[in-house]
Write a protein that binds this ligand. Structure first.
Ligand code: SF4
Length: 260
């Protein structure tokens, strides 16, 4: 008998997508627990460890939640998504934490999304190629990060993965093979250098030149006090445009109006 899939989740809620090319779209977010990276600017460090409790938004956009212990069942996740009454064609975002640490959970969540007529997007650190292979047939859109070593390291508790350049290149090659719609996101801080971004651009241009590069200025939050200057951001945009066909500078919009 096949074992029932269990999920470690942090929260399930509805909002407008705040980042990237899908910005503004009506979205149900399923935030998975645990992450094996430590980004200096992470805006959800509460997701770094597997969560004891998962909270489910009661009504869409209400900000009112009920909490239950993890692990969560597939049936409970389905009820949580249905309670948010997503419109057919809107987005189901599988995010984290790092969702690809739980491939069976990603597959289960994506199937629920498709049964409800939703488009399924995954937001990932873009390094877990083997896990991507397990879920890729269930996903409609991939938003992969490309980490800059000036701000990101592997968690001390993780089985350390590949260096970021090697890992991201392999991940992007798999996306290109699949022909899935995708984008690459780089979070820009005051530490980000032109050399680091040039390496990202070389990777995209050589592997998947049609995939858009999203430059996302860090949002001051927690330990991050400063944002990069507008001048620095625009200089990064110009330089990246010289190497990648489609580059967009898009900040986190949900922070502007105070959403989660
Ligand atoms: S990969 Fe995402 S969840 Fe993990 S530390 Fe970085 S920003 Fe946070």
């Amino acid at each position: 008998m096949r074992a029932e899939v269990e999920l470690n989740l942090v929260e399930v809620f509805w909002s407008a997508q705040g980042e990237g090319p899908q910005v503004g779209r009506s979205t149900v977010f399923v935030r998975f627990g645990a992450c094996d990276l430590r980004c200096g600017w992470c805006d959800s460090p509460e997701t770094w460890k597997a969560a004891r409790q998962c909270r489910f938004e009661v009504d869409p956009g209400s900000g009112e939640f009920e909490s239950e212990p993890n692990p969560t069942s597939v049936g409970r996740l389905r009820r949580a998504i249905e309670a948010l009454a997503p419109r057919p064609g809107s987005l189901l975002s599988l995010t984290g934490g790092e969702p690809l640490l739980q491939p069976p959970g990603v597959v289960a969540a994506a199937r629920i999304g498709h049964e409800l007529g939703l488009k399924v997007a995954i937001e990932t650190h873009g390094l877990a190629v083997e896990a991507l292979n397990e879920v890729i047939d269930e996903i409609d859109y991939v938003s992969m990060d490309w980490k800059l070593e000036s701000d990101v390291r592997w968690a001390e508790s993780s089985a350390v993965g590949p260096d970021f350049q090697t890992g991201h290149r392999a991940f992007l090659e798999r996306i290109r093979e699949s022909a899935l719609p995708a984008s690459v996101k780089v979070v820009i801080t005051q530490n980000s250098t032109a050399e680091e971004l040039a390496e990202v651009c070389r990777g995209i241009a050589s592997i998947a030149p049609d995939i858009p590069l999203i430059l996302q200025p860090v949002t001051p939050h927690g330990r991050v006090r400063e944002r990069p200057s507008a001048k620095a951001l625009l200089e990064h945009l110009r330089r990246c445009e010289d190497q990648v066909a489609e580059v967009r500078l898009i900040p986190q919009t949900h922070r502007v109006y105070g959403a989660l």
